[in-house]
Write a protein that binds this ligand. Structure first.
Ligand code: SF4
Length: 386
């Protein structure tokens, strides 16, 4: 039976800005999810038997804050009234931060919403890519939003998309976060997804540049305790590398419905959330059904789902056979395999070489430096590389 761990809900495909690397195909559409669609989604999910004690709901895939606060107040209240008593529901918003004001800060605090803000570093790096439709930079509005969150003591993290320019500037990135009181950071790389082709992936030496960036950023953080308290890429790599040899690795991105995504119209997808809006010659689209017409629990029997699952699992098996990093990765991200290799039935991508292999190597190299004499690298990696 599937187990939903993360539910991604697209309240609207619309975004008020127009980032150069955005892959969302319908970001000009001002459609909004209907209350009945949300009701159909959550009533089906709560009745499915597919959830455990906690469900994370991320409102994303457009700019969620273009909708009024009352939209979320009503939605959260409805979900709270419908959910099983013992179930904890944690809400998150991933935002570009440009619309944060005092009222939103009060709402985030009242509802204990987990807030993620996308900012790509200091102004000259951020404004290269994160632009308005008129082509102007958005840094000033985003940093004003972050400062408001801090003033209201709303916990938040940032996600920064690294370009080759920011990878060359770990000290400047570190100083920026520290000056702005940003303590929790996640780094993405500009990916090839859908119709978007990553410029960074075409750069010679991008893998070494990513390694150098993470390594130096980690060193700077360790040398200034309490400033940067969380670096997602390092934390995740450490958790995977240092674990009992028999602890299973779980890759949500290849588990059916572990991540379930719904667009504003009620269409359901799974595996990589980015698949929700994409089209593809072989698969047409990745929509499995609609919560207003179809029974969620019937979707695993649909032919388009079983075909996709078979291909994704074949890709995971290729990873298992070929890749020394399989035990810390679990077969990667289907959307990147499709975008870079043209098929789910494939293994290595530039994306995984950067985000999995380089981050893992960095942690293993650090362990090498601190490992007591007599313990060699192979024995320390027994639980790491399958
Ligand atoms: S690192 Fe890449 S090749 Fe290795 S298991 Fe992950 S996705 Fe597959």
């Amino acid at each position: 039976m599937p187990r939903i761990e993360l539910l991604v809900v697209q309240p609207t495909p619309f975004c008020n800005i127009d980032c150069r690397y955005c892959y969302l195909p319908d970001r000009n559409s001002k459609a909004i999810v209907a209350p009945e669609t949300l009701f159909n989604l959550f009533s089906q999910i709560f009745a499915s038997g597919w959830i455990g004690d906690c469900l994370s709901v991320v409102w994303h895939a457009g700019e969620p804050m273009v909708l009024p606060i009352d939209f979320y107040r009503d939605a959260f209240q409805m979900i709270d009234q419908m959910k099983p008593a013992q179930l904890a529901v944690a809400h998150s918003l991933q935002t570009n931060g440009t619309l944060i004001d005092e009222a939103w800060c009060a709402f985030f605090g009242d509802e204990q919403v987990n807030v993620g803000v996308s900012i790509d570093g200091p102004k000259h790096l951020h404004d290269r890519n994160r632009l308005t439709r008129a082509g102007r930079g958005t840094f000033d509005r985003t940093i004003a939003g972050i400062r408001l969150l801090r003033r209201h003591e709303v916990p938040f993290h940032v996600i920064s998309v690294l370009s080759t320019a920011s990878m060359d500037a770990p000290r400047e990135m570190f100083d920026f976060y520290v000056e702005e009181g940003i303590e929790r950071v996640c780094f993405n790389v500009e990916e090839s997804e859908g119709d978007h082709v990553s410029e960074s992936f075409g750069e010679i030496g991008v893998e070494a540049a990513y390694y150098r960036f993470l390594s130096e950023f980690w060193r700077l953080s360790a040398a200034a305790p309490g400033k940067i308290t969380f670096i997602r890429e390092i934390e995740h790599a450490i958790q995977q590398v240092i674990r009992p040899a028999d602890a299973p690795f779980h890759n949500q991105l290849v588990e059916p419905f572990a991540i379930t995504s719904m667009d504003w119209a009620g269409n359901i997808s799974t595996f990589s959330p980015e698949l929700l809006g994409l089209k593809n010659r072989a698969y047409e689209d990745f929509l499995l059904g609609n919560v207003s017409r179809d029974a969620l629990v019937d979707l695993p029997q649909r032919r388009n789902f079983t075909g996709m699952l078979a291909d994704i699992q074949a890709g995971v098996e290729m990873c298992r056979e070929r890749c020394a990093y399989f035990s810390v990765c679990g077969g990667g991200e289907p959307v990147n395999k499709l975008a870079e290799n043209g098929s789910f039935i494939s293994a290595e991508t530039t994306y995984c070489r950067l985000t999995k292999m380089q981050a893992t190597d960095l942690v293993l190299d650090a362990l090498d430096r601190v490992r007591p004499a007599g313990l060699n690298r192979e024995s320390a990696e027994t639980g790491v590389c399958g």
